[in-house]
Design a protein around this ligand. Structure first.
Ligand code: NAD
Length: 522
């Protein structure tokens, strides 16, 4: 199988294997509801993270090709924005049904290109599917307001789409993040140019194929490829009215600044360092299980992974038990039955993670469980890092300050709840934080005082479902997080309000004299 041969296959006939592909096909781009091969001579090579065998080549598209995609979206906007919301909703219903039918095919593409286990890849698809399901309520979301503001006078609001919008996606959720954007952008009447991560574009290509099948007209959804040059082209294109970005701080802060300077709306979700505060009164077994799962699931490559465990008071003696639980996890290729976590995405990512582990050791922390050097016998060439637990960590160490984005849990010890809250609030990031306790009073104190945007109370990864919104805070969002993905705020991001004030009264037909002062509503 190749990424390209994922296209057009069915959910069940796609083999789930890490075998070497004899003739890998290049990933096409998608414009005007067609797959096209780029004429570019420059490619990014995508390898299966479990084997480092070549899976596909992703083109760094030419500017002419990128402009074709933007032109296609712009041409489609004038008609798509006038398609009735009920008709757009019907297409969204079909899109939801098709994603469900192709769930396994999407998940298999994710495991092959991104590396996460097949079961976890199915979860990646589900979290995106739920945004599409919620977007089916578009007619409700798009309703305006009306008020009689004075005698014979009323003001109404209409929600109107922005035009062509772009989405720039990260590698870690190849289905979920494109689906944070596609359904909300399109149900609200915008047309979209989406750039998946150049490291794993397969799921986005399948989503494009399904969009055409669901009945999205030509040009409503376009998928382009590339890296910074492609992003710069999108950021500088006058036709593009808004940019949605999810990814690292380095890229996101730059994209926010350049996109905003060009007059575009930008929503940007960035990196994280999510803490778990472990109180002595919590359910010990359930808490340690939750932490192991949230720290090492998806090999720690989730923006909401719990990457810092804060042990309060006597809970510091639970470290051995935590290590024992982590040791039972199986690190293996994503299609292998029983794999708990897969490889990390690239050899560069593996080296970066290993160097952060080494820095912890050099700075005086203690490696309680060391996942460096691990290799499953059947897959000696993969990007393996097994679960790693580092204790005696202090806030000045590099392993605490930086987002590791790998299966590495750093452990900090504090004496009191207050000291734990202070530690968490002193961290620059503010994506998520969780407390484990059986006390309502502690949970409430945590809830009131923690500055992170998404809190869990005995819930390790508190990502809100799409009837809410993804509400990161501090350095985990650009621009102060004024815009948040999906839910009602997502609809706000993709729409512009138009307010109409009208006066209808027979007395106003021929006023005796024009009134020049501002109306006061009396
Ligand atoms: P990344 O920033 O390297 O890449 C994201 C996108 O930006 C890609 O499409 C890439 O092509 C583009 N890009 C990268 N560098 C660029 C540059 N210099 N100029 C222009 N474009 C550039 O991120 P990644 O490694 O793919 O994803 C992991 C990061 O994403 C982690 O930091 C993680 O926390 C974050 N993330 C955040 C959320 C969230 O909701 N907060 C969700 C998922 C991932």
């Amino acid at each position: 199988p190749t990424t390209a041969s994922f296209l057009g296959s069915t959910s069940t006939d796609f083999p789930r294997t890490h075998e070497k592909i004899s003739e890998p096909k290049d990933t096409p781009y998608f414009v005007d509801n067609e797959f096209r091969l780029s004429q570019s001579k420059d490619f990014v090579l995508v390898h299966d993270p479990a084997t480092n065998n070549l899976v596909t080549r992703v083109p760094l598209m030419t500017t002419e090709e990128l402009q074709d995609a933007i032109d296609s979206a712009q041409k489609a906007f004038s008609s798509w924005s006038r398609v009735s919301i009920i008709a757009r909703q019907q297409i969204m219903f079909r899109y939801v049904a098709l994603i469900k039918e192709n769930w396994d095919r999407l998940a298999a593409s994710i495991t092959l290109e991104q590396g996460k286990t097949f079961a976890d890849a199915r979860g990646d698809v589900l979290r995106g599917l739920q945004v599409a399901e919620a977007a089916c309520a578009g007619p409700e979301y798009m309703k305006g307001e009306i008020l009689e503001v004075a005698k014979d006078m009323e003001t109404r609001t209409y929600r109107e789409p922005l035009g062509v919008v772009a989405a720039i996606c990260p590698f870690n959720f190849p289905a979920m993040i494109p689906l944070w954007c596609i359904p909300i952008a399109t149900i609200t009447g915008n047309t979209l140019v989406l750039k998946p991560s150049e490291r794993d574009p397969g799921a986005a290509m399948i989503l494009a194929e399904l969009a055409e099948k669901a009945g999205f007209p030509k040009g409503v959804i376009n998928v382009v490829h590339g890296a910074h040059d492609t992003v710069n082209y999108l950021l500088d294109s006058p036709a593009i009215k808004a940019i949605s970005f999810v990814g690292s701080n380095k890229a996101g802060e730059y994209i926010f600044t350049r996109g905003s300077a060009n007059g575009k709306r930008v929503q940007a979700n960035l990196g994280a360092k999510n803490h778990a505060l472990i109180m002595p009164d919590c359910d010990k077994g359930a808490t340690l299980d939750a932490i192991v799962s949230a720290a090492f699931g998806a090999a720690g490559q989730r923006c909401m992974a719990l990457s810092v465990a804060v042990f309060v008071g006597e809970t510091r003696s639970w470290l051995d038990e935590l290590v024992a639980k982590a040791k039972t996890l199986r690190t293996d290729a994503g299609f292998e039955d029983g794999a708990d976590l897969g490889p990390v995405v690239t050899p560069e990512s593996k080296s970066r993670i290993e160097s952060l582990i080494a820095s912890a050791e050099a700075e005086g922390a203690k490696i309680l469980l060391d996942g460096r050097g691990y290799k499953p016998a059947k897959y000696p060439n993969g990007n393996w890092v097994a679960p790693t637990i580092i204790a005696n960590v202090t806030p000045s160490q590099q392993c605490y300050k930086e987002e590791i984005f790998g299966p590495v849990l750093v452990c900090v010890e504090v004496d009191t709840l207050e000291a734990g809250i202070e530690l968490i609030n002193n961290n620059d990031y503010g994506n998520g934080a969780a407390v484990f306790t059986s006390s309502g009073a502690i949970a409430e104190r945590f809830r009131r005082n923690i500055e992170a945007g998404q809190l869990g109370i005995n819930v390790p990864i508190p990502v809100p479902l799409p009837m809410f919104s993804f509400t990161g805070n501090k350095k985990s969002v650009a621009g102060g997080g004024a815009s948040t993905f999906y839910g009602k705020p997502g609809v706000n991001f993709y729409t512009q309000l138009k307010t109409v004030t009208s006066k209808w009264s027979s007395a106003s037909i021929s006023p005796a004299k024009a009134e020049l002062s501002m109306p006061t509503g009396s």
